[in-house]
Ligand binder design. Sequence first.
Ligand code: IPD
Ligand code: CA
Ligand code: CA
Length: 260
Amino acid sequence: MADYLNFAIETAKQAGKILLDNYGKIKNLEYNTRQHFTTRVDQESDELIRKRIKENFPDHNIYSEEDADLNKGHEFSWVIDPLDGTIPYVYGITDHFGVCIALVKNKIPIVGVIYAPKRDELYYAEKGKGAFCNNKPIKTSLEKTISHAIMGLDPGKETSYFKRAVLGRYMEKVYSPKGISCAVCSGCASVPLCLVASGKLHAYMALSLEPWDMAAAVVINMEAGAKVTNIHGKEWNILDKSILVSNSILHEKLIDILNK
Ligand code: IPD
Ligand code: CA
Ligand code: CA
């Protein structure tokens, strides 16, 4: 079998260098909708990743946030976000941004790499082989007490009134008297998801993500011992918009709180 993991690691490192070399230098934002923008760095990183995939695995499909789907009908798909966390990246709010590369076999993520270059953290996992950060094994936390739990909360870039109202209702539940201690939000999905895998955060939830925001982090979390479902507690599927990831000990309690 080809060494997909090392290919994804090397590709993420090269793309991450583009992010770092341009950090703090972005002047022009291209708004593709009224509120959402992309930058030349999203494009440059995307071009590099695509080029490498096409050179090395010309028969594979590619699904990326930044370009049209390339569907070749193969069982292997590369699902990529060349820059996740564009807002923190452009505005320098946090170091939560990075490159996400997943290899998905028949809708199941089997390889995941997330490189957060400003944090100098390279997370990776291959199905059945454990999860790692900078070559050291990582595990989810042992927190048992829901009122002590710190959760990454991703409100998403929702513009519809209806979806914002739904988010508000979930927030009330999260902060109900039986809820968690604190929810933190960083404008990036992949890095907080990796922080659950490495035991720093105890859980993470989002209502409206895309496959490239989640696929790599899902393998990394599953290999680190996390429980990964959608917000209703059903096993996570690549077409789900919502995701709930926890250290597994807290999962049932979180599902109860969120769905009562
Ligand atoms: C965004 C981030 C963010 C999430 C948004 C995504 P981008 O990705 O993952 O956390 O809330 O919905 O679009 O645009 O920075 O790649
Ligand atoms: Ca993203
Ligand atoms: Ca992106």
